[in-house]
Design a protein around this ligand. Structure first.
Ligand SMILES: Cc1cc2nc3c(=O)[nH]c(=O)nc-3n(C[C@H](O)[C@H](O)[C@H](O)COP(=O)(O)OP(=O)(O)OC[C@H]3O[C@@H](n4cnc5c(N)ncnc54)[C@H](O)[C@@H]3O)c2cc1C
Length: 360
C-alpha cells in the first residue's frame, strides 16, 4: 500500500480483515494530504445513483467502525442542502429506502441551523448525513494498523517477475500486490506500471470560523451545502468541528496547477479565501467572519465529474483516483482490498464505468 490518507488506511484495514498482511508506505504523517484537517461532509445525494449505492454501503461501514473503534465518526445532526438542486437530489434518493431525506420548512431550518441568514426557499435534510469526525477516524485506523506503517517515500513501483518492486527513499522491497492510494502521488506512480490516470489537479482552500457563543442548535449543527446563489456564491459547503464551536467553509472552486506541478496562480488561491469570507459575511450572521485556520491542499478530480472515482489495475498494481472520497473510504477500502486479493476491479469502479459521472 502506498499512502496513509483515509483511503489507504481504510483499504489496509480491509486487507487485514481478509487475513492478508499489509505494509503502508507513507511519506508524511498519516492523514496529512487531502485527508487533512477536521471534518468532512457525509451526504448521500450524488448525481449518479450507482455512487449513491456505494455511499449507502459506506454509511453502514462507518456505523460498523463506530462500534469497532468505540467512538463517534459521523455526527448525528444530518446534512442540509439549499437551493434549486434540492429537487434533483430528492428525486435521486427516492428509490433508496435506507436514506431518510425530507424537505425542511423555514422554521425547522432556522432551528437546526440558527447561524444561517434568512432563507425561505427550498431546503432538505439528509438525516443520516453529518460531519465526519476525520481526526478520530484517521487516529483509530492508525491505531489498528500499528506495525504496518512504514515512514518512507515511494519513488517508483513496477511489476517484476513474481510480484511488484517498490523503490523507496531507503530501500527496495517486493510485494505480491501494490495498492496506490497516494492522492496526488498516485498518477505519477501508476505510470511505472503502465497505467495512465486522467487526473486533473486543483489547489483548494477551506477556512474555519468561530460560531458565536449565543448560537446553539438543540440537536447539534448539521453540515450545509449552499447551491442557492442567494448569498452570492453557488457550490459552497460547510461543516462543524466536533463540539460545534467552529465551522469550516469552502467553495467548490479550485485554482489550477502549472506544468511543473506547482500552484499556477497563488493570488487566485488567496482570492478564494476572500470570496469565502464574503459568503460568510452574507450568509452566516451566526459566525464571526474572521478566518481562524486554513486547510490548503491539492484535489484530484477525474474528467467525468466532481464526485468521479475510478480504479485502474494491471500486473499486480491497483490505483484509485477521484475527489470527495472521504465519505466513501470505508466502501472503497473494502473494494480495493478485494481487488488486491482477487485481482479483479469491481465492474462499477472500472474507469470505463465512469462512476460518479455528472448527470446530463
Ligand atoms: C478542504 C477539503 C474538503 C473536502 N471535503 C470533503 C467532504 O466534505 N466530503 C468528502 O467526502 N470528501 C471531501 N474532500 C475530499 C477528501 O478529503 C479526499 O478525497 C480524501 O481525503 C482523499 O484521501 P486519500 O487517502 O485518497 O488521499 P490523501 O489523503 O491525499 O492521502 C494520500 C497519502 O499518500 C501519501 N503519499 C503521496 N505520495 C507518496 C509517495 N510517493 N510515497 C509515500 N507516500 C505518498 C501522502 O503523504 C498522503 O498522506 C475534501 C478535501 C479537501 C481538501
Amino acid at each position: 500500500m502506498v499512502g496513509a490518507g483515509i483511503v489507504g488506511l481504510a483499504a489496509a484495514h480491509a486487507v487485514r480483515a481478509l487475513g492478508a498482511e499489509v505494509s503502508v508506505y507513507e511519506a508524511g504523517g498519516p492523514g496529512g494530504g487531502q485527508s487533512a484537517g477536521q471534518s468532512r461532509i457525509f451526504r448521500h445525494a450524488h448525481e449518479d445513483t450507482r455512487l449513491v449505492a456505494l455511499v449507502v454501503r459506506s454509511r453502514a461501514l462507518w456505523a460498523q467502525w463506530e462500534e469497532e473503534f468505540g467512538t463517534e465518526l459521523v455526527s448525528p445532526a444530518g446534512a442540509v442542502a439549499l437551493g434549486p438542486g434540492v429537487e434533483d437530489k430528492l428525486a435521486v434518493l427516492e428509490p433508496f429506502a435506507q436514506v431518510p431525506v425530507r424537505r425542511l420548512g423555514p422554521e425547522e431550518l432556522r432551528e437546526r441551523l440558527p447561524l444561517l441568514g434568512p432563507w425561505d426557499g427550498t431546503a432538505m435534510l439528509d438525516e443520516r448525513g453529518g460531519a465526519i469526525r476525520t481526526l478520530a477516524a484517521v487516529g483509530a485506523l492508525v491505531g489498528r494498523l500499528e506495525g504496518a506503517l512504514v515512514p518512507d517515500h515511494v519513488l517508483s513501483v513496477r511489476p517484476v517477475r513474481g510480484g511488484v518492486e517498490v523503490r523507496t527513499g531507503t530501500g527496495v522491497h517486493h510485494h505480491d500486490h501494490v495498492l496506490l492510494c497516494a492522492g496526488r502521488g498516485t498518477a505519477p506512480l501508476a505510470r511505472g506500471a503502465g497505467l495512465e490516470l486522467p487526473v486533473e489537479l486543483g489547489a483548494h482552500v477551506r477556512v474555519s470560523f468561530a460560531v458565536r457563543p449565543e448560537v446553539a442548535a438543540a440537536a447539534g449543527l448539521p453540515t450545509l451545502q449552499d447551491g442557492s446563489g442567494a448569498f452570492g456564491e453557488t457550490g459552497v459547503y460547510a461543516a462543524p468541528y466536533p463540539g460545534d464551536r467552529f465551522w469550516s467553509v469552502g467553495l467548490g472552486d479550485t485554482t489550477g496547477a502549472a506544468a511543473d506541478g506547482g500552484v499556477a496562480d497563488p493570488a487566485a488561491l488567496a482570492g478564494l479565501v476572500e470570496r469565502t469570507v464574503g459568503w460568510v459575511e452574507r450568509a452566516l450572521p451566526g459566525v464571526v467572519p474572521e478566518p481562524l485556520d486554513h486547510v490548503h491542499c491539492w484535489v484530484t478530480r477525474l474528467p467525468w465529474g466532481d464526485d468521479g472515482v475510478g480504479v485502474w489495475s494491471a500486473d499486480g498494481v491497483t490505483a484509485v483516483a477521484g475527489h470527495n472520497l472521504f465519505k466513501q473510504a470505508p466502501a472503497l477500502g473494502e473494494a480495493l482490498a478485494r481487488t488486491a486479493t482477487r485481482g479483479r476491479v469491481p465492474d462499477e469502479l472500472a474507469p470505463e464505468a465512469r462512476l460518479g459521472r455528472a448527470a446530463g
